[in-house]
Design a protein. Structure first.
Length: 278
């Protein structure tokens, strides 16, 4: 449940159902950014569905978004709950393929008001969408069997390495001359490592750290931390979302100032953020 509201969220739809629905929207031209919106929130903020702040994500992405007991919870979810509270609406989470978030297709189809998916801000992505102020500093990590002898990216050459499709981690590996195997979800990526399909995986450091909390993954360890200097942000359509973006940014700023951000960070990461004063 949310740290503030305690409200229950609707269980996330399946990837297949949402993907098919999105295809229908794109083909029919309905529900696009320019049609069907209702001004239903405080301050005249237009939303794709009255009374709801609809959020696209790609599950699972612990500890940012994960489904537990039929409810989507996580650090991103709690932060967006603060935005929903400010607007006087409920948060509704939908699960979509990550590629439709990266390309802004889900946003442009009117599938959601914003995307929250542990999503890195890049200049290339800014061409297709707007971003909130950064809310999380992230690095990448290489996860392998303990004792695999990997201490640099050069040690990955000649080994099977798994990445998640359309992510900055995958782009990073290819930029270093590696040819990773692509997986559509973090679950598929981790399962490939467990079953020996790949020798190592590259994923966001906090996701890897969350995996290692599970005793079932005790045979693995972080072989390499890659300091990429990435920052996560919430993504919105480029046009017609200025009012919502202002609310999101103001809410994030207030959460930083009043200590709410630090409390939520410690709740989901087990430690206070760097630079926290309390």
């Amino acid at each position: 449940m949310s740290a503030r509201s305690g409200r229950r969220r609707r269980p996330a739809r399946t990837v297949t159902a949402v993907a098919l629905w999105a295809s229908a929207v794109l083909l029919s031209g309905c529900g696009s950014a320019g049609t069907g919106q209702q001004t239903s929130a405080k301050g005249g903020v237009p939303l794709v569905e009255a009374g709801r702040l609809t959020v696209c994500t790609h599950l699972p992405d612990p500890p940012f978004q994960v489904e537990k007991d039929g409810e989507v919870v996580g650090f991103d979810v709690d932060l967006i709950d603060l935005v929903a509270d400010e607007l006087g609406v409920e948060q509704s989470v939908v699960d979509v393929p990550f590629e439709t978030i990266r390309s802004a297709a889900a946003l442009n189809a009117g599938q959601c008001d914003l995307a929250a998916a542990g999503f890195t801000i890049t200049e290339e992505r800014r061409k297709n969408m707007s971003f909130s102020r950064p809310y999380y500093d992230a690095d990448q990590a290489v996860l392998t069997d303990k004792g695999a002898g990997v201490s640099s990216l050069a040690d990955l050459r000649g080994r099977a390495v798994g990445s998640m499709t359309a992510t900055t981690g995958e782009d990073y590996l290819r930029g270093k001359g590696l040819d990773p195997q692509s997986f559509v979800s973090t679950d598929a990526q981790l399962n490939a490592l467990r079953t020996g399909q790949v020798d190592a995986v590259v994923q966001d450091l906090p996701v890897v750290q969350e995996w290692l909390r599970d005793s079932a993954n005790s045979e693995f360890g972080i072989a390499l931390r890659i300091e990429t200097g990435e920052q996560f942000g919430f993504a919105l359509r480029k046009d017609g979302t200025e009012k919502l973006l202002k609310v999101v940014d103001a809410t994030l700023q207030r959460a930083r100032s009043d200590g709410t951000y630090d409390r939520l960070y410690e709740k989901w990461f087990g430690r206070a953020p760097e630079g926290a004063t309390s």
